[in-house]
Ligand binder design. Structure first.
Ligand SMILES: [Zn+2]
Length: 376
């Protein structure tokens, strides 16, 4: 490994790639990481699901039967937002213990930390290290890259445990909710606004659905860590001008499911509840995920993290979804931890930053977790 390369310098380099999604354009960033990992002894494969939409899978396979430990993270970021930044979102400006940039917390800091840990593991012993790095594109718009990898036979191979480096302030988290985003479309018949009796008002139909959804009951038993599923109507649009009867209205429904709930069943229940007057379109559909906190490897991760966070980790879940909704089932449901240096509250914010010390600690923790896994 080049002596100048560490988790901070690599984070800065990753921030300089504009991977705002949409449109994504992760190829240059994925190739950059691929080159570094190849130089460090990893075998790399690239998987593109669109022009410039590049996933990277890098692995070292030691001798022996231990399945690899998988570290995963995404390199796309969300857009900058309407409010102007006071920092350059691509420069990785450093101020005290903070590094600023779009994706600093979510999650280029985490990706840099795991790549550096991977390179160190390869340096320790290529023959005993067994590790897979899955660097995805298109996570922010619904795990597109992860779905592509899961559908691509032999892209992922095996994994015995998974760490996803999404922002948790380095707290090891054992589960997260799923998401089911549905667009419901009401259609009507257009007419002049002065003669509404000649038309059929799509907004009235959408309004009925909105009202009805407030009483929707999931009938789900709350999850011990993640509580109950939720439903929020985030958007409503309809009509083109004030003096017409609208012939179309759309509502955007954001459902967060819990582990154990089946998204398909929730979708069927909700669409039949709203009835045939509406058409439905699933925008995002990812399941919740949870690992038993008593799992032996989870406890080992808790042991590793205890000195870093200065307390014994308790079993905890988060509400946001990640690529492991897709990757964990694709790997055959090995135990999975969400653990990354980013600040959860910083994700998607103007002037996003990550604490430099957390990135360095995450890299050290990933190395320790991987060393224990590989018996190094
Ligand atoms: Zn993320």
């Amino acid at each position: 490994m080049k002596p100048s390369l560490n988790s901070l310098s690599l984070t800065r380099k990753l921030l300089a790639f504009d991977t705002v999604n949409p449109p994504g354009q992760e190829r240059a960033c994925a190739q950059f990481l691929g080159k570094i990992l190849e130089d460090g002894g990893f075998e790399t494969n690239f998987f593109e699901f669109g022009d410039g939409r590049t996933n990277l899978v890098a692995r070292i396979t030691g001798v022996g039967d231990t399945p690899p430990i998988c570290f995963t993270g995404h390199i796309d970021t969300i857009p900058l937002g309407a409010i102007p930044w006071t920092k350059d979102p691509l420069k990785g400006e450093i101020e005290g213990n903070r590094i600023y940039g779009r994706g600093a917390s979510d999650m280029k800091g985490g990706v840099a930390a795991m790549v550096i840990a991977g390179l160190r593991i390869a340096e320790l012993s290529k023959s005993r290290a067994s590790m897979t790095l899955v660097i995805t594109a298109g996570e922010e718009t619904g795990c597109e890259g992860a779905y592509f990898l899961a559908a691509h036979e032999s892209a992922l191979g095996k994994a015995g445990a998974i760490v996803v480096g999404e922002p948790t302030s380095n707290f090891p988290v054992v589960g997260h909710k799923g998401a089911l985003w549905i667009e419901a479309r009401a259609t009507g018949v257009a007419a002049h606004g002065s003669m509404p009796e000649k038309g059929e008002n799509a907004i009235y139909k959408a309004a009925d659905a909105v009202k009805k959804l407030q009483d929707f009951d999931f009938e789900a038993i709350p999850h011990p860590l993640l509580g109950s599923p939720t439903l929020n109507i985030g958007t409503i649009t309809g009509g083109i001008n004030i003096n017409s009867v609208p012939d179309q209205a759309l509502i955007g429904i954001d459902i967060r499911t819990i582990p154990g709930q089946n998204n398909k069943e929730v979708y069927e229940k909700l669409t039949s509840y709203l009835g045939q007057e509406l058409e439905f379109n699933r925008l995002i559909d990812v399941e919740g995920i949870a690992t038993d906190p008593q799992d032996e490897w989870v406890q080992e991760v808790f042991d590793v993290m205890e000195p870093f966070i200065e307390e014994r980790p308790a079993a905890r879940g988060v509400t946001y979804f990640t690529d492991v909704s897709v990757l964990t089932p694709a790997f055959g449901n090995p135990p999975t931890i969400i653990l990354g240096p980013g600040e959860p509250v910083m994700a998607h914010k103007t002037d996003e930053f990550c604490y430099i010390s957390k990135i360095e600690e995450a890299s050290a923790a990933y190395l320790e977790i991987a060393r224990k896994w590989c018996g190094l």
